[in-house]
Write a new protein. Structure first.
Length: 72
């Protein structure tokens, strides 16, 4: 939004520039892929039965740490 407003925080009248729309869409897709990968991978860190939300949340955090370590 800062790019679209030129740093003012107030959007001008009319549509946002198509290049900015494409950049925002690409970033949203990249982030959603990363979150999906974390959520699926978190199941590997959970017990096989009687999973609780806390255990799943702990698995997501662990998966995120593993993925961040791999991308550094």
């Amino acid at each position: 939004m800062r790019i679209a407003t030129g740093g003012t925080g107030i959007l001008p009248q009319g549509a946002i520039h198509p290049d900015l729309v494409n950049r925002m869409a690409e970033e949203a897709a990249r982030i959603s892929q990363r979150v999906l990968r974390m959520c699926i991978r978190a199941l590997d860190y959970c017990p096989p039965v009687d999973i609780t939300f806390g255990e799943y949340l702990r698995g997501i955090v662990t998966a995120d740490q593993d993925l961040n370590r791999l991308t550094r």
